[in-house]
Design a protein around this ligand. Structure first.
Ligand SMILES: Nc1ncnc2c1ncn2[C@@H]1O[C@H](COP(=O)(O)OP(=O)(O)OP(=O)(O)O)[C@@H](O)[C@H]1O
Length: 611
């Protein structure tokens, strides 16, 4: 808890120091103003009851007016400062949160539901980290105001003071309990809220719009959203009810205490002990003390709650990287000999089945290697291991003899170019969509890569050329009024953009191409593969493709089956062996060669009567 507070103060000091000081100053004013007001009120009432000098009355009246002005204006100025410091703190907090996420170098955290739940709460906390300081200052302000007013009360009746103070203690304990429960409720309903956000994105986002409409999934998804909302609401409702009951009891208690104090002092004054001003002071002080007490208690509970949620933010910031970084990193040499997978075993978690069961594979430097296997045999998994998005559970991957775990992961990744099977379509401009392959690339290199991927003419002819946004979700930055700026590319055109992105990294040590021609028409596929062949020649590359015609020229073809490399060699060798590769190749080739004459019956069934 304390470390959370220290972190929050440090965040404020780094992001909004002047605002923090201003807020502290205004808090001091807001503490003093009500105490001064109560005292000035008492003195004024006493002065009016037995006037000695109008000069005094005037002075007191002006003092009251100034105190009133400060009481009224202070909160306005505070609100402005708080809002601005909140914005600044949120900016820093979010930036640090996402920097922390970058330290998660692999993918495992993003497939771990408890981490994702925590991340959502951390994001919520990072959006309003100023709330903690506001609550802490609220505690300080209310405690000091309360103490000042209690001192005032003590002047009239120490007993009333003790009773009022004692009534505050249960309030504090109850509120602390409630805030702990509130934080737990938030944690409990986080999975439901995360699922609800997911369904909302399906319904409100563009990526699923086509299927949602065609398959009529709207009602189904709305039903799911309602169910998740009901689940979250039930948790919150139970919490609200508990708060309502407990706080009602406390309010009644505090009203009884006030009534007791008031009767006590009125009886005292009626008996000749004290002045009318004392009654005025008591009324003001009692209201003030109760307000301050309630404020202090709820601010303490608020602080407690905010610190509990801020704990998730700190936990994400402090989370260990999912993959160990080497304590004494080794330099990654320029690839000269090759990459060796030595008895690699891998499964996604202890609960998942083994995907790779002792893979031994050597990818020689300068060779084009093709990896072939049935769906789900683990080809993309092997690629992810090569990029160190996961570590092998057993065995190792050696780059010229250096274990990938011993080199800085960023260094490894700068040496690799890749087209993933599930590559991203970014809602950026065409140029930026290619430039993400190498952010240092200047426009001529981007165009060159596009030309080599056979997509230059398409992009050049777009309404704003390479600056055209490849999405209809956003307006172009330069022209917000022009709603027609964004365009939507076809699947094959996107595929070529992904290839262009990889071409920007053609000079890297290893090129990985996971189904790079999926979605291309026959002509484009032929074209892309001959371009790829050109850039792969003499370079180290790993090509995954179900189109076996495209892999037959590879220097080495390996077949992955049952978690092992079962065949390896050149096309002719594998065909001669007559194993899985030759069976699949023949199957595919027969599909191309067979003369498919549709039988009359099926044609008749499909044809429509001619009217
Ligand atoms: N992130 C993941 N978490 C758990 N299991 C996974 C994950 N990714 C893949 N798998 C499982 O690992 C197995 C291998 O998947 P992988 O994508 O590597 O196969 P593949 O050979 O590339 O298949 P395809 O030819 O269909 O692309 C599959 O059974 C899949 O369900």
């Amino acid at each position: 808890m304390m470390s959370g507070l220290v972190q929050a103060v440090s965040l404020a000091r780094r992001s909004a120091p002047a605002h923090l000081l201003g807020h502290l100053g205004l808090t001091a004013v807001s503490v003093a103003a009500p105490i001064v007001t109560v005292w000035l009120t008492k003195l004024t009432v006493d002065e009016l009851a037995t006037p000695s000098s109008w000069h005094n009355v005037w002075l007191l009246a002006v003092g009251l007016a100034v105190a009133g002005l400060l009481s009224a204006a202070g909160p306005q100025a505070s609100r402005y400062l708080v809002a601005e410091s909140n914005r600044r703190m949120a900016l820093t907090a979010k930036d640090e949160l996402f920097a922390a996420l970058e330290r998660q170098i692999g993918l495992a955290r993003f497939e771990d539901p408890p981490f994702l739940d925590r991340l959502r709460l951390a994001q919520q906390s990072a959006a309003a980290p100023g709330g903690i300081l506001e609550s802490v200052l609220g505690v300080g302000r209310n405690v000091l105001t309360g103490l000042g007013l209690l001192g005032t009360l003590t002047v009239i009746s120490p007993l009333v003071t003790v009773v009022v103070l004692a009534s505050g203690l249960p309030m504090l304990l109850v509120e602390l309990r409630l805030s702990r429960r509130r934080a737990r409720t938030m944690q409990d309903i986080s999975p439901a809220q995360r699922r609800e956000i997911f369904y909302q994105e399906l319904l409100g986002g563009g990526s699923a719009a086509k299927e949602v409409r065609l398959l009529g999934l709207g009602g189904f998804l709305r039903g799911r959203i309602r169910a998740e909302l009901r689940l979250a609401n039930a948790g919150q409702r139970a919490m609200d009810w508990r708060e309502f009951v407990m706080q009602s009891v406390l309010v009644v208690m505090s009203a009884v205490v006030s009534g007791f104090g008031l009767i006590w002092v009125i009886v005292m004054v009626a008996g000749g002990q004290g002045t009318v001003g004392d009654v005025a002071l008591l009324i003001g002080a009692l209201a003030g003390v109760h307000g301050a007490l309630a404020g202090a208690v709820s601010a303490t509970a608020g602080t407690h709650f905010q610190l509990l949620t801020f704990g998730h933010y700190m936990a994400v910031l402090r989370a260990e990287p999912d993959l160990a970084q080497p304590a004494a990193p080794r330099r990654l040499p320029e690839l000269r000999r090759g990459i060796e997978l030595r008895d690699v075993w891998f499964r996604y978690s202890d609960e998942h089945p083994w995907i790779l069961r002792g893979v031994d594979l050597f990818i020689p430097h300068g060779c084009s290697v093709a990896l072939v296997g049935l769906n789900g045999s683990g080809k993309s998994t092997l690629v992810k291991l090569l990029c160190r998005l996961y570590d092998p559970v057993r065995g190792s991957i050696l780059w010229d003899g250096v274990d990938l775990r011993d080199v800085p992961v960023t260094e490894l990744r700068t040496r690799i170019g890749a087209v993933f099977q599930d590559f991203m379509n970014y809602d950026f401009s065409a140029a930026d969509n290619i430039a993400v392959g190498d952010l240092s690339a200047a426009p001529p290199r981007i165009e060159d890569a596009a030309r080599r991927a056979g997509v230059h003419e398409t992009l050049r002819d777009l309404p704003q050329g390479y600056d055209t946004l490849l999405t209809r979700m956003f307006f172009g930055l330069a022209d917000r009024d022009d709603e027609s700026t964004g365009v939507v590319l076809s699947g094959g055109q996107w595929q070529r953009i992904a290839i262009a992105r990889a071409f920007l990294r053609a000079d890297r040590d290893l090129m990985i191409l996971d189904e790079p021609s999926a979605g291309l028409d026959a002509e484009a596929e032929h074209d892309v593969h001959s371009r790829l062949r050109e850039i792969r020649s003499g370079r180290t590359s790993l090509l995954i493709s179900h189109r076996l015609g495209a892999v037959r020229d590879a220097d080495l073809i390996v077949v992955l089956a049952d978690g092992l490399i079962t065949e390896s060699g050149r096309h002719a060798d594998l065909m001669a062996v007559g194993g899985t590769y030759s069976r699949l190749f023949d199957l595919q080739a027969s599909g191309y060669l067979a003369e498919t004459v549709p039988d009359q019956a099926s044609v008749a069934g499909l044809s429509r009567p001619v009217s």
